[in-house]
Design a binder for this molecule. Sequence first.
Ligand code: KPL
Length: 300
Amino acid sequence: MSWQTHWIIGPGAIGRLLALRLIRDGHGVTLIGRRPLPDQQTLVTPEGEASTLEVTTRTGPPQGFPDVVHLTTKAYAAEAAYTALAGHLPAHTPLVLWQNGFFTQPRLSACHPGPVLCATTTEGAYVEADDRVVHAGHGDTAIGSLDGGHAALAESLAGLLSEAGLPTRAVTDIRQRLWQKLAINAAINPLVAHYRIRNGALRDAPYRDEVEAVIGEVAEVMQAEGIAPPSGTGLEGWRALVWKVVEATAANRASMLQDVLAGRPTEHAAILGPLDEAAKRHALATPRLEALQRRLANTR
Ligand code: KPL
């Protein structure tokens, strides 16, 4: 498989990290955003090493065709960004979705005519300035298609990303993994965004009980959807997972809090929306999750 040309749509932290890691590894990359970006971009690695690289940036579809498109926008912007480019892509072009939640993935997997892979990552990155992204901490990335197909494609892309410094595994259970990440995000992000606190504050009163109540509702929905926690079982498995992430990210301002503080829209619809839909399908009452959704709908 040839992976010479990557179009990366959405120059947020993950989009820039991906772009700069791939360019450093010798790939052709065009970074596409809604506004012009500096074409010299600096990548700071977790080891503190800074390299400034020349990046081809565009505000619309570039000339020619890519070997692969990475959609790295926020979840709420993904469909519009895809639609703006879809007419310029040969039908067989592989599309990789990097969104949080479980909103974009089933929709775009159904409408893109070529192969669609979904990625979930724990790489830590943030945009420090318009020409500078900090790769703050190493993580892992999993990549696969929702129906478990396109294994060779996922393997090949995982190899390429790993070589570029983003360790990636091709998996056949990406749906499960996206829901597991969604469970973590649902238990942490809406509460920290509402109370404007760092993740670690959730361990203490008065927030701890609220987190536990949210995990309880999430665990019921997950069970009804047939999604197991990565280790342990049932409610205890979900509790262990969420509290482990709270501990590991205690000093973080979660992405949803950063969005609220910057006056940007949040990803609540992509995170809480699929839980709400699933709860309704299974006739489960989720009053806490509904209250969080109402609160965030009014945030901005
Ligand atoms: O993924 C995250 C986010 O900020 O969106 C968590 C795990 C909550 C870490 O802050």
